[in-house]
Design a protein around this ligand. Structure first.
Ligand SMILES: [Zn+2]
Length: 633
């Protein structure tokens, strides 16, 4: 059933994080990600520190409760003491700041007079210092789209965090290469009132910032967070949306989740439910002969099985919030995050998982639980089970209040799961190691004069000046090859459409074939287009030449070896007449129908060396003569 989003007062906004194409923000290390094994690993532990404001942030504290150590993978060539937090940050990368100012002006935002570097507490270990540095660069921009105006609230420059690459029971593994890469963060207002428009808007913003030509491209270089709220619900920050196409599903499902939580709350109020006051009970003896493997394993390792009565929650824990995710799944999220357990069981799904009817009724007796009540069960090491159950109780009590503000993680199927509480306001404080930077009016004027062409202006120019068709013009205007395209057109003065299709179609299909197109250098393209201009090779030979160049061969070698040198019209005429001579029996027999097989024979000999249309023309002309001869003789 379609939801009435207006009636629900749906509000959606998003934040785009895009990596800038420059060195790191607070040191001179290159912004390069590494895939090979790191030569050096460093172990650290972080403690929650009181910020200058004297308050330990609740989100920060939550991460600390988890209490794991961190193992950092270090590549000495692109990680220095700054990333390791053994040296203060260097002054802000000026180029990065200029790029963000350029983006701000493109979006019609107002740069601030002075940029202040702030610290944002992050103690999940992804920042070695325990905070992320960020600076507000501009506010209040807007972007016009066909569907209305998108308001830009803030544009910030910040450092990317380390990449999490693994985890075991004691340590979380991070690769430090990404730490410190400059990011622009663009946050919109909660402007969107339906699930579809945010994705379209995010695409627009993404295209606009790529128009600067100064941001990184490729998977992982742009990330979106979205925030969603509805009337009577609560604002959710949903992190890590990799695919724009997933945004509508994520928003729809988040709305459904909040509505379901509101219905659960109503139902609880109707039932007169109160906060969970009971204590966790050790129900281990109920399971002494259990067929439930998960519980049996825990008991075999001297673990504990704890249970808590959730009064009047019977039937509600099993209520579906999102496809495949129930209220019980939310409780399990909390148990996993705070107690580091694998999950929980609850009576709405029992008997099941090897837990028998008898075991359930024994538990109900032990906890004096009636059919109206639910029971949540955790089996784990004692300390973990206790923390997990405390988290389950806290989350259960929140259900009485409705929807809770959370930071959630986007899952690949469009659902979301709990990540941490929404951070409080105490999270930011001033970075004392770096003085404020005054934004110079003269510099802004300079940037303003040099602003890049917007994507739609570029499309128009490609159609008007270069006569590209609309589709190719649109593709080329958004392509990372657009600058190269313009350079090549200017240098070689040949058909721009040929250059555009070579860059946007031929190279793409060669890549799909598995060719190492990244080996193809600009110089090779120049050589090929020179040969075409001089009439030495036919444009049909381009894919064959590039395929070989991708393997590391030089252009002249390839042309020579594959005999790709263009056939002159005289040579072709000779070949045509030879083929006709060799096949006169066929021609006599089939007359004009011999055209197709003869064309096949010829193309076999000349493919890639001459335009097929010319072959067709010559063959047709010669055949007509032949027919004329046979008719009159
Ligand atoms: Zn560095």
């Amino acid at each position: 059933m379609a939801l009435d989003y207006d009636a629900l007062d749906l509000r959606v906004g998003f934040e785009i994080h895009q990596e800038l194409d420059t060195h790191k923000l607070f040191c001179d290390c290159p912004s390069i990600l590494r895939e090979e094994e790191a030569p050096l690993k460093i172990k650290r532990r972080l403690r929650p520190t009181q910020s200058e404001l004297g308050e330990v942030d609740r989100a920060a504290l939550m991460e600390a409760i988890k209490g794991k150590g961190f193992r950092y993978q270090v590549y000495p060539e692109n990680i220095c003491l700054v990333e390791l937090d053994d040296e203060p940050p260097h002054p802000v990368n000026k180029e990065a700041l200029d790029i963000v100012l350029e983006i701000a002006l493109l979006l019609g935002a107002n740069p601030v007079d002075e940029v202040h570097v702030m610290r944002k507490t992050v103690i999940d270990g992804s920042n070695t210092s325990g905070f992320q540095r960020t600076m507000l660069v501009a506010t209040g921009g807007k972007l016009e789209t066909k569907k209305g105006t998108i308001t830009i609230q803030t544009i910030c420059l910040e450092e990317d965090a380390a990449r999490k690459v693994g985890e075991d029971s004691e340590f979380i593994d991070y690769r430090l290469d990404r730490l410190g890469i400059p990011l622009v963060e663009i946050a919109t207002g909660p402007d969107f009132t339906d699930p579809r428009t945010p994705a379209e808007a995010a695409l627009k913003v993404g295209q606009l910032i790529r128009a600067t030509g100064k941001v990184k491209r490729g998977i992982g270089t742009i990330r979106q967070d979205i925030n969603v709220s509805i009337r009577d619900g609560a604002r959710q920050e949903i992190k890590g949306v990799q695919e724009l196409s997933l945004i509508p599903t994520i928003v729809e499902r988040e709305v459904k989740r909040q509505l379901a939580l509101l219905r659960i709350k109503e139902e609880l109020v109707g039932r007169g439910a109160a906060r969970v006051e009971g204590k966790a009970v050790n129900v281990g003896k109920v399971f002494s002969k259990t067929k439930c493997k998960a519980i049996a394993n825990v008991l075999a390792k001297r673990g504990t099985v704890l249970a808590i009565k959730l009064p009047k929650f019977g039937g509600l824990v099993g209520k579906e919030l999102q496809p495949g995710r129930r209220f019980g799944t939310e409780l399990a999220d909390y148990a996993k995050v705070y107690g580091k357990v694998g999950g929980i069981f609850h009576t709405d799904e029992l008997p099941g998982y090897g837990i028998s009817v008898e075991e359930v009724s024994k538990m109900r007796n032990m906890l004096s639980a009636t059919a109206d009540d639910a029971i949540a069960i955790v089996a784990a090491k004692k300390g973990n089970a206790e923390k997990a159950l405390d988290a389950v109780i806290a989350r259960t009590n929140q259900a009485l209040l409705g929807v809770l503000e959370e930071t959630r993680r986007a899952l690949p199927d469009g659902n979301t799961e709990f990540m941490r509480p929404l951070p409080g306001a105490a999270r930011m404080y001033v970075e004392t190691d770096i003085p404020p930077i005054v934004v110079d009016e003269k510099k802004l004027d300079c940037i303003r004069k040099m602003l890049p062409e917007l994507p739609e202006q570029k499309v128009k120019r490609y159609i008007d000046e270069y006569k590209l068709n609309k589709e190719l013009a649109e593709r080329m205007s958004l392509s990372e090859n657009s600058k190269l395209f313009e350079d090549l057109v200017e240098k070689h003065v040949i058909d721009p459409t040929l250059i555009a299709t070579t860059l946007e179609e031929t190279l793409v299909s060669l890549k799909r074939e598995g060719a190492m197109v990244e080996n193809i250098q600009r110089a090779a393209l120049d050589e090929i287009f020179d040969l075409i201009k001089m009439g030495e090779v036919a444009k049909e030979a381009i894919p064959d030449i590039l395929r070989e160049v991708a393997k590391g061969f030089g252009v002249p070698d390839v042309v020579q070896r594959l005999s790709l040198r263009k056939i002159t019209e005289a040579e072709l005429a000779k070949m045509v007449s030879d083929v006709i001579q060799e096949n006169w029996v066929l021609i006599e027999k089939r007359g004009r129908d011999a055209m197709q097989p003869l064309m096949g024979i010829l193309m076999e000999k000349v493919r890639g060396r001459v335009d097929g249309r010319l072959v067709h023309q010559l063959l047709e002309r010669e055949l007509q003569k032949f027919e004329f001869r046979t008719e009159t003789s």
